[in-house]
Design a protein around this ligand. Structure first.
Ligand SMILES: [Zn+2]
Length: 130
């Protein structure tokens, strides 16, 4: 565990603690969850995407995630299915669009192309909401 910290992108750099920048290697079986940083002990949220495991400060994510759950529940979308990855890619896109629609956003084609897994969708939604 040496701190080879070449942090070019503060947000969106996968596998690094957003607080202390320690590299965190994990192979989560879940798409989303929380864990304390092994280096600075701050509670982090992880989201597993196709580009890596993105880590957020849990204090930032919690209220945003709660908002997201409400938005999705309004559209009869069960967020736990997203979190456990039990949805297909078409459902996934519908879900992101529904969330964007009700929040008054506009998803671009480029953005839509980046979304290939439930984790990608969640990361996208969180990064827009944070
Ligand atoms: Zn840390």
């Amino acid at each position: 565990m040496d701190g080879t910290a070449s942090s070019r992108t503060p947000e969106g750099s996968p596998d690094h603690c957003p607080i202390c920048r320690a590299a965190i290697r994990l192979e989560p079986s879940q798409i989303v969850g929380d864990l304390p940083c092994p280096s600075c002990s701050v509670l982090l949220w992880f989201v597993k995407t196709t580009t890596g495991v993105h880590l957020y400060d849990a204090r930032d994510v919690k209220p945003v995630f709660e908002r997201l759950v409400v938005v999705l529940a309004d559209r009869d979308i069960d967020v736990t299915r997203l979190m456990t990855g039990k949805i297909d890619s078409i459902e996934l896109l519908k879900l992101v669009m529904a969330a964007e629609d009700s929040a008054g956003w506009n998803i671009t084609d480029e953005d839509a192309e980046q979304i290939r897994s439930p984790g990608d969708a969640l990361h996208y939604l969180l990064s827009r909401l944070l």
